[in-house]
Design a binder for this molecule. Structure first.
Ligand code: S3P
Length: 436
């Protein structure tokens, strides 16, 4: 690990583009690998997490290649056609690869071993093991229900109806992907809506899927054993990656930045709505549709932010953006209170403790509760800075500290900037470009 210091920054200006959406990129490779024929993907995120998914699909028989113009070509094996991988599937830092692939494999009669880094090996897998066991797969996880884990897919998978006990798009998607090679109808009931990229993309690939609102809940039904048709698709820019720049431009005086081509699916855009509630100056320009997803260019100008009580109902639509929201709150006028965020404790790190410790270390005023943080902002004054902050193999802690560094007296040091490559290769250069 090499320590890295994020320096104070001048205004962020001009026009930038962030890499492709991580969630959509994983799904595009997985569904492409199950279609019969060639899927072409442009704008794919080439971060470590997505490359872990690509490597796993290759190990199970699909051809996944980058062509010289940056388009990715996936030649699929057909639903039910995945092959027994020869070695363990190394998932690196990626919870999405792990949980979605466990689902995909659960209805294939193959045995697989999943391994991951120290962060991923602490994360709970029981939430997917439970429903996938009902489908007929069997699991031998490490003590505590974690990786390394061995699974045997079902010889004769059975369709289930499953009500999600946690608001998790990964659990929903794992069940739907298992349903693809299961006879009959697999149903997921979602009391609280989570990102719906799987549903949208399954429809795009020709799956027999329908979504119905019943008494405020979403019922998602998928009929299995249908062929998927290869697609040509474009991945929009990642709203979670863009959020680091939206917050930086909001809190660095003089900023006026356009982030082009940002995916603004309503199940993902909570951070932009919450920043606006705090007084941020955000415009959505050229609103359009890319690859079945709403997209806009997002213009963000510096504004004086005010602390708010964040409605816990918004959490699923910005679940990955709380670390950087906490940085915005640390610079706001008054107090920001968050609650209902227990899920943040089982992300790439315990993001409540990691961010409370990090922000205190660089001079912010933060109280930690079991389910959220309360942050008393500086009213726009710079934070002292310092460090070194322990990023705990968590890309979003590292990038949030980069944003905090922009508004610090002395810069913010992290123990390592390497985790950033999991979701946002090129982040440091882009930040320099926007601030120069
Ligand atoms: C993701 C779902 C979310 C999110 C993760 C990506 C996905 O996780 O935090 O970064 O692509 O489905 P949960 O399903 O655990 O909420």
């Amino acid at each position: 690990m090499t320590a890295h210091r994020f320096l104070p920054s001048g205004p962020l200006t001009g026009r930038i583009r962030v890499p492709g959406d991580k969630s959509i990129s994983h799904r595009a490779i997985m569904l492409g690998a199950l279609a019969v024929g060639e899927t072409r993907i442009s704008g794919l995120l080439e971060g470590e997490d997505v490359l872990a998914t690509a490597a796993a699909m290759r190990a199970m028989g699909a051809a996944v290649d980058r062509s010289d113009d940056g388009t990715w070509l996936v030649r699929g094996v057909g639903v039910g056609g995945l092959l027994q991988p020869a070695g363990a599937l190394d998932m690196g830092n990626s919870g999405t690869s792990t949980r979605l692939l466990m689902g995909l494999l659960a209805s294939h009669a193959i045995t697989a071993v999943f391994t991951g880094d120290a962060s991923l090996s602490r994360r709970p897998m029981g939430r997917v093991i439970d429903p996938l066991s009902e489908i007929g797969a069997t699991f031998t996880p490490s003590p505590g229900g974690t990786l390394p884990l061995m699974m045997e897919g079902a010889e004769t998978p059975v369709p289930i109806t499953y009500r999600l006990p946690v608001a998790s798009a990964q659990v929903k998607s794992a069940i739907l992907l298992a349903g693809l090679n299961t006879p009959g109808i697999t149903t997921v009931i979602e009391p609280v809506p989570t990102r719906d990229h799987s549903e949208r993309m399954l429809k795009g690939f020709g799956a027999d899927i329908e979504v119905e609102e019943v008494g405020g809940e979403r019922h998602i039904r998928l009929r299995g054993e249908a062929d998927l048709k290869p697609q040509t698709l474009t991945v929009p820019g990642d709203p979670s990656s863009a959020a680091f720049f939206a917050v930086a431009a909001s809190i660095v005086p003089g900023s006026d930045l356009v982030i082009e081509n940002v995916g603004l699916n309503p199940t993902r855009d909570g951070i932009y709505r919450v920043l606006e509630q705090m007084g941020a100056n955000i415009e959505r320009l050229e609103t359009r549709e890319v690859g079945g997803e709403p997209v806009a260019d997002v213009r963000v100008r510096h504004a004086s932010l005010t602390g708010i009580d964040v409605d816990p109902a918004v959490a699923p639509s910005m679940i990955d953006e709380f670390p950087v929201l906490f940085v915005a709150a640390a610079l706001a006028n008054g107090t920001t209170r968050t609650s209902g965020l227990e899920e943040l404790r089982v992300k790439e790190s315990d993001r409540l403790t990691a961010m409370a410790d990090a922000l205190r270390l660089i001079g912010a005023n933060v109280e930690e509760a079991e389910d959220g943080l309360t942050i008393h902002g500086t009213g726009g004054a710079t934070l002292p800075g310092g460090g070194p902050v322990a990023t705990q193999l968590d890309h979003r802690i590292a990038m949030s500290m980069a944003v905090a560094g922009c508004v610090s007296e002395n810069g913010v040091e992290v123990d390592s900037a390497e985790p950033i490559a999991t979701s946002f290769p090129g982040f440091l250069d882009l930040l320099k470009e926007a601030a120069s």
